[in-house]
Design a protein. Sequence first.
Length: 254
Amino acid sequence: MAESCSTVWWSIAELIPGLPDDLAIHLLRVSRPHHVLLRCVCRRWRSLLSLPTFFDLRIKHNLSQEWLYVMLRTSTGEYKWISFIDGSHLWLPLPPLPEPKIGPACAVADGKLYMIGGSQGQRLCRSVWAFDPRFNSWQSVAPMKVARKFAAAGVLAGQIHTYNPHTNEWTTIPSPPEKRYKWFHESAVLQNKLFAVADMGGVVGGEGQQLEDTWLEVQGWQKDVPKVASCAMLTNVGGKLYVLWEIPKSGWEA
């Protein structure tokens, strides 16, 4: 890192001359939605809030917050991201997407939100965008080797399979030898396995580093659940795999 933690602590204390250090350090406790106001106080405060180490200290002292991010499609066909802050009842818009796309895969790794692939019109995209909530900005990262739309994306061992956010590199792996699925509409990670809702209506899964070898159809759930449509959603809640699907003219069930 460019600056040590002790340097940042000193910088915080010096920001408010005449105040004891313990009061000055309360800047760390200001929740992130209000950082935009702190940046307007002076140039020095703005510089402080641009230091990655400032946010590292917030994490170290359990001052960070978890946010929920939702991508919406408006009535005009435009895609937008909004964020929800737990405990504040606030919905805040994210900056406009640099490259609006249909059908991107999304995942969170290393504290950033990744939007992977998708399409613009009839053109499939290789591009990948990362949103850094510390600085409220999008940035382009290494593109995929192959353009994809409606892909499955899951985080295993801190990495988006098969993207390493620390090295900004994609790993090429062999294609599965068995039948290929055209689309993976939704995915979730459970017990080091990546599960996905396939375009054929089933739920499939692969495990850890063996994802390149095989995708297996999940058995045992069909007797209680009708055929899952392509609009189904998948998530891990408390170690259980939840499937939410839409029944035509009947609303949603789970």
